[in-house]
Ligand binder design. Structure first.
Ligand SMILES: [Zn+2]
Length: 405
């Protein structure tokens, strides 16, 4: 908790308009603090590279050769909400009632809105003061990984192989894995400690593509436009109507995929649309992209070649395919949770994770819980005992892999 409360005071918000890596210099300020701490607790090969990636090694203490395991978390916080001047509050022995976060603005963290709070009656919670996010996403993960490493150093009787630690910048803007040096990291398998509530264990995520659509119209004075004008905005509306109407984020859950119109800007002459396409199943993912391409082709037949131009780009893929080949990575996390009294909850991630990209870069990386709730906003909170459980799970995974030759 002390470690976490110290970390959240660092503003590490990333910025999707930033051209460099990290996207904001302040992430490196936090990275330097982490380097100092990792050295202070006795880790080896502690470094931060020019892109702000922090890495460290905890040497193994067993004689035989066992797989090198990595634990990864991200340093940045979401651009969606302020992460400046975070004043975390500790609510001791939570009584199950509304928590007044901010008297002045009457901001309440209430079990009426967030019923999961009732699971934590009698526990200590860390909340915001209602004006910023908390940053448990993902500074809780960082605090948990470092605390686990320190615990292993202080308890040499617990057997473990070589453990690698990696902290990345810019996860929240989808770039966290981009410049991750998998070779330098040197782990065979890894876990991102970036999930939500206690028990979360994730190794499936969306396949993702982005579509940029440009529609060219032809503007003519509306009084003399008959058979001449092409209104690009109306073609955009037509295209949106050709896609399956019940397959949007607002109509889907679980393993259901969707088309999501993320922006629409235009006038008569030109309209631009952006879509994201998401689907778990690889075949259905291909189908979704084809359905969009077919709709565009039909419109071009109707209005003329190149009226509608579609640029489709794959963004990331479901890690399941990469993880299933080494399913023991998930099994080890499952076993570790059970061993420390945590009920594992395996759920598909309706999004992407850095681990998904890393899995395709040769480092299979499922995701485990941090223990936090309501990420990216003022209602973010984390119970301290779930952080402790996350530490225990990390330690246990290290121990489990010391038995695997
Ligand atoms: Zn995160």
């Amino acid at each position: 908790m002390d470690r976490f409360l110290r970390y959240v005071q660092y503003d590490t918000k990333s910025d999707e308009t930033g051209k460099n890596c990290p996207s904001t210099e302040k992430q490196k300020v936090f990275g330097e603090l982490l380097v100092t701490e990792l050295q202070a607790i006795g880790l080896h090969e502690v470094s931060m590279d020019e892109n702000g990636y922090v890495m460290a090694t905890l040497p193994g203490n067993v004689d035989k050769e066992v797989p090198v395991i990595g634990f990864i978390a991200h340093m940045d916080t979401s651009p969606d909400f302020s992460g400046e001047n975070v004043k975390a509050r500790v609510v001791k022995d939570y009584d199950g009632k509304d928590i007044m976060l901010n008297e002045e603005e009457n901001i309440m963290l209430s079990p009426t809105d967030f019923p999961e709070l009732r699971d934590y009656i009698g526990k200590d919670l860390i909340t915001t003061d209602g004006t910023t996010l908390l940053g448990a996403d993902n500074k809780a993960g960082i605090a948990e990984i470092i605390t686990a490493a320190e615990f292993l150093i202080q308890h040499p009787e617990i057997p473990h192989g070589t453990i690698k630690i990696g902290f990345t910048p810019d996860e929240e803007i989808g770039r966290g894995a981009d410049l991750f040096d998998v070779n330098k990291f040197g782990a065979r398998y890894a876990y991102t400690v970036d999930g939500g509530p206690i028990g979360e264990l994730e190794y499936e995520n969306f396949n993702a593509a982005g579509a940029k659509i440009t529609i060219r119209g032809r503007n003519v004075h509306p009084g003399s436009a008959k058979n001449k004008m092409i209104n690009s905005m109306l073609i955009a509306v037509e295209l949106a109507a050709m896609l399956p109407q019940k397959e949007t984020p607002a109509h889907t859950e679980g393993y259901e995929g969707f088309y999501h119109l993320t922006s629409l800007n235009g006038d008569v002459e030109q309209t631009k649309m952006s879509y994201i396409i998401r689907e778990f199943d690889t075949e259905k993912f291909t189908d979704r992209k084809r359905i969009m391409q077919d709709a565009v082709d039909q419109l071009n037949q109707k209005y003329g070649e190149n009226t509608v131009v579609l640029e489709l780009k794959d963004q990331y893929y479901n890690m399941r395919e990469k993880i299933e080949a080494v399913k023991h990575v998930v099994d080890a996390a499952y076993e570790a949770m059970k061993a420390v009294g945590v009920e594992p909850m395996i759920t598909p991630v309706r999004g992407g994770t850095d681990g998904a990209k890393l899995s395709y870069m040769g480092l299979p990386t499922p995701n485990i819980f941090t223990g936090g709730h309501n990420f990216h906003g003022r209602y973010e909170y984390i119970p301290t005992f779930t952080m402790e459980k996350a530490v225990e799970v990390i330690v246990k995974i290290a121990e489990i892999y010391s038995r695997k030759g």
